[in-house]
Design a binder for this molecule. Structure first.
Ligand SMILES: CC[C@H](C(=O)O)C(=O)SCCNC(=O)CCNC(=O)[C@H](O)C(C)(C)COP(=O)(O)OP(=O)(O)OC[C@H]1O[C@@H](n2cnc3c(N)ncnc32)[C@H](O)[C@@H]1OP(=O)(O)O
Ligand SMILES: [Co+2]
Length: 134
């Protein structure tokens, strides 16, 4: 079911500072920030040779990552995103296995214009998993 690692997401307390650190200190290719109001975040993608890093910062009042940052004020790894070929088939298989699919259970369009879903961290060893259909 899961394929390539699409990205590793890091929630950060200061998006400008984190972006500058990746571009400067770490010498990485940092893309400009993009607001994702439907997801309650602003994201910055960093292109690596074999995957991407997604920096996350809360956007709006009800950001789903605000609680995480309140608990982790210095930031931290927030989720990992795996690619799947058929997100609805993956969802149905996972639900049948007892995994909790977050939100309404219907995919939303993510930062890459592709359908995404999230799986509860408590069902996957404390790791929030995002699935993105390729
Ligand atoms: C533009 C889209 C972009 C893309 O790549 O395309 C994105 O990635 S958008 C990313 C932001 N969106 C989401 O994260 C949506 C899914 N997330 C959620 O629905 C919430 O964050 C949720 C439900 C995972 C957690 O929400 P919240 O922290 O408010 O709830 P709780 O405090 O009740 O947490 C329950 C329990 O889970 C632990 N937790 C929370 N977040 C994480 C995490 N990222 N990784 C691991 N564990 C997490 C939290 O500590 C609680 O544990 P407990 O032991 O009960 O304290
Ligand atoms: Co993501």
């Amino acid at each position: 079911m899961i394929g390539r690692l699409n990205h590793v997401a890091i929630a950060v307390p200061d998006l400008v500072a984190a972006s500058a650190q990746y571009a400067g200190t770490l010498g990485a290719a940092v893309r400009p920030p993009q607001d994702e109001p439907d997801h309650g975040v602003t994201v910055v993608f960093i292109d690596l040779p074999n995957t991407k890093i997604e920096l996350l910062y809360p956007l709006g009042e009800n950001s789903p990552i605000q609680g995480f940052l309140d608990k982790n004020p210095a930031g931290g790894i927030h989720h990992i995103c795996y690619e799947v070929e058929d997100i609805l088939a993956a969802r149905d298989t996972l639900k049948a296995s007892g995994a909790r699919v977050l939100g309404t259970g219907e995919p939303k369009i993510g930062a890459h214009g592709k359908p995404v879903l999230f799986l509860h961290p408590k069902d996957f060893n404390g790791c929030l998993i995002e699935l993105e259909q390729i």
